[in-house]
Design a binder for this molecule. Structure first.
Ligand SMILES: C[S@@+](CC[C@H](N)C(=O)[O-])C[C@H]1O[C@@H](n2cnc3c(N)ncnc32)[C@H](O)[C@@H]1O
Length: 311
């Protein structure tokens, strides 16, 4: 079995010096998909000029942003700064989204620090042109704090809309087992299972069925420290966009939104400020188109350059 783990590529200076010459994008540059579908920019999400250069005259119907909330220590002033910074990202996103569109924002909630930055982020969002729609919680499998507190396993996902965007209910693979919620419909007593449109449970706003990414999974991308599960992003895309639509993600990292968009027949406009994560994002798409694989599991995106065998 191949095993080529990589360190966190945002922190390991030596590895970064080694890999940067293999990264196609310099800051300010944009990669355009030869098939004419997607774009990846090495750009700053909080700069309207950068975001406009990525999007050109294309407008999204859906934005899925996962800002880097772990980079601050969550002292109150830093939370304030972080949220103001997010506000700039949200404002430019609003400009780049169509009249009827959806915005999903991932957020952490530090239970040792008054759940920052979640409440601040929610209050900030009230001041924007977006309307709150749902607060989704995704259950992680790995948690922390099991002995002296409730194990922390949650990931928050804020869902906002502008206008009246499409929404397609999504279903889990979990069978509906509990019968007996009766309701009279046209004079007939019906059971909940008769009325449902599926034999499986609808994905409501608590997602317990999404497997967190870990190294044994095909979609794992070694070197990434904050990779979201493809299943979660695919669910959002299926619920809140139509085939052919443009999907925005200004924090590409492992390129999960780009890959999910490709798989669902959508077009993705994405960026990351770090050339290494831009390169990983482009390579993940190319790797998928070449092999049908969604990640590298026990290898990594730079195996060739590092003299390791490729998966
Ligand atoms: C939490 S990760 C996103 C994870 C992504 N959703 C995934 O599934 O792989 C945040 C990313 O934002 C990038 N980033 C940080 N500041 C940025 C900025 N100003 N503009 C664009 N990207 C930025 C980081 O390099 C990091 O890759």
């Amino acid at each position: 079995m191949l095993k080529h783990p990589l360190p966190r590529l945002d922190r390991d200076e030596e590895m970064r010096r080694h890999l940067l010459p293999f990264c196609r994008l310099q800051p300010g540059e944009i990669w355009r998909d030869p098939l004419g579908l997607h774009r990846v920019g090495c750009l700053d999400a909080s700069s309207p000029k950068d975001v406009l250069s990525l999007c050109g005259n294309r407008r999204g119907v859906l934005a899925i942003h996962d800002p880097p909330y772990n980079f601050i220590g969550f002292q109150s002033q830093q939370v304030e700064e972080f949220v103001q910074w997010c506000r700039r990202v949200v404002d430019v996103t609003e400009e780049l989204l169509r009249d009827d569109s959806s915005l999903y924002l991932w957020s952490g909630a530090d239970q040792k620090q008054g759940f920052a930055p979640l409440p601040e982020l929610m209050l900030m969002m009230r001041e924007t042109g977006f309307q709150s729609r749902s607060l989704i919680t995704m259950r992680n499998q790995r948690g922390y704090g099991t002995q002296r507190n409730w194990m922390s396993v949650r990931q928050e996902l804020l869902y906002y809309i502008k206008g009246s965007p499409p929404f397609h209910p999504q279903y889990t693979d979990i069978p509906k087992k509990v019968k007996g919620y009766y309701k009279e419909v046209s004079g007939q007593l019906t059971e909940n299972t008769d009325r449902g449109r599926s034999d499986t449970l609808r994905a409501g706003n608590v997602w317990i069925d999404v497997q967190q990414v870990f190294y044994r999974m095909e979609e794992n991308v070694n070197g990434c420290y904050a990779q979201k599960p493809l299943q979660a992003i695919s669910r959002i895309i299926a619920a809140s966009s139509e085939p052919g639509d443009d999907v925005l993600d200004f924090f590409a990292h492992a390129g999960t939104t780009l890959l999910a968009a490709e798989m669902a027949g959508r077009r993705c406009l994405t960026m990351d400020i770090d050339p290494v994560y831009c390169e990983i994002t482009i390579r993940r798409l190319e790797h998928y188109r070449r092999t049908g694989r969604t990640g590298w599991q026990n290898s990594n995106p730079f195996a060739r350059e590092l003299g390791q065998s490729e998966a």
